[in-house]
Design a protein around this ligand. Sequence first.
Ligand SMILES: [Fe+2]
Length: 435
Amino acid sequence: MDKLEYFSGIPEVGIVPRAPHAGPLLRHVYEQEHGRGGFAGKVSHTYHLYPPNNWLPEETRVLDAGAFAPDWDSPLRPLGGIHHALEVMAPAAPCDVYRGMARLVANATVAMNVTAPRAAMDYFFEHHSATLVYFIHQGGGALETPFGPVAYTRGDFLIVPKGLTHRFELGPGPQYYWMYESFAGDPEKAEAPTTGQFITHSRSDYRFPRSLETRNEAGRFEIVSKVDAVYTRRVHPTHPFDAVGWRGTYLPYKLAVEDVRPLVADRSHVPPSGHTVFILPGCYLCVFTVRSVEKEGMWIPFFHKNLDYLETIGYHFGEFFSRGGVFREGMVSVHPVGLPHGPHPPALRAFLDGRRPETFDEVGIMADFATPARISERALGSSRKDYMQSWAAYATDPRFRFSETRLHDVRRLADRLSGERDRLRPAPLDDEDGQ
Ligand SMILES: [Fe+2]
C-alpha cells in the first residue's frame, strides 16, 4: 500500500489550521468561533480574510421594529377552548423573508411563524436569540452562509443555527415558508431505542454546505441582527462571506421531506409522536408523509385530548383525508391544549363503512407546543370563522345522534365482538382447532 489516508472525524472545508486556536496560520487569517453553551457546547470555526469586527462604528443603528418587521412580534393572546383554521397568508406589499415574517403561535421557548417573501434581501441577517427551522412549503432558492450556500426547494427543512450570518436568494415563482424559532436550543434528531437510528430518517440524509464561495469584496455590507424584538443594523466595509475555510459541527443544513421514511403499522395506529422528526425544547416537529394505510385497527386518527401540548399542522401537500376537506395546501390548523379533536365526520364515516384507502397521499408538518402556548393577533385575523362548524355533523347526522336503542345495540354487538382479534393474527395451531 503506497499511502494511507485518514479522516479527521470533524467536517472541514478549505484552509484551516491543524487545530482551533493553534498554529502559525492564525497570523495570516482571522479565526471566528461560532459556539453554543458558553464555550462548552457545539462549535464551528471560520477563517476569514478580514477581522469579523471591522464594522463602521458610526453606522450602527437600532431600527424601528414596527417598521422593519411589523408582524413578527405580533402580540400574543390566550386561545381558550376554540380550534382555529388559519388561511394562507397574502402580504399586502412585497416583502423579503424577514420583513414579512408573521408570528402565529408561541410558547416560552418556540414560536411558529410564516413568511411569503417576494422581494430580495438587501442586507444580511443574524438571529441572536434563536435557531431557525424553516419548512419550504412553496418555492426555492439558496441560503447563503459563510460556510457556503445551501440550495433549497419545496419540501425542504432548512436549519439556520443561532447567530449565523445569512441571506436568502429567492428562486423564481411564489415562495411560502413556515419558520419555527427555537429560543432554548437546537433541533435534535428524534429517535427511540426501540426503533433505532434510521427511523424516521438517517443523519446521512442531512445536507451540509461544502461549496465554499469566498468573497473578497469591498463595499457597504449591512447586517441586521435580532435580539428579542430589537433589530440592530451594522455596516461592514468587506463582504461577510470572506471565509477561506471552516471546521466544526455547528452548521446550517437541510433535510428533504422525501427522505422521511415513516413508521407504519398494519394492526394498530401509530400516534403522531411516532412521526417526530426533530425535537426542540418545548416543541416536537413531526411529518405526516405519504404512507400506507394501517390494514386493521384504527386507520384514522382517534379522538383525543392533548393535555400538555397545543397542536399545529401546516398542510403542505395532498387531500388531507382525515380533515374532511376543510384544509387546502398552505393552511394551518391550531388545536389548543385539552380541547378534543380527531377525524372529521367524512373520515369517520369512511372508517365505519370500511372504505379504506391504500395510501395516505398527503404531507403535513405538525408542530406541538408545550403548554402554555398562545396565539398571535395576526393569526386570529386570518382564522376562519366556520372551523368549529366542521364537526357539526356529529350533532346532526342521524348516524351519530341520540338514539333510544343505542345502549342496547352496543351491548348486543359487544357480546359478539369485544373478545375478537383482527384477521392478521397468526393462524391457530391444529390442536387448538375446535376447542
Ligand atoms: Fe391532534
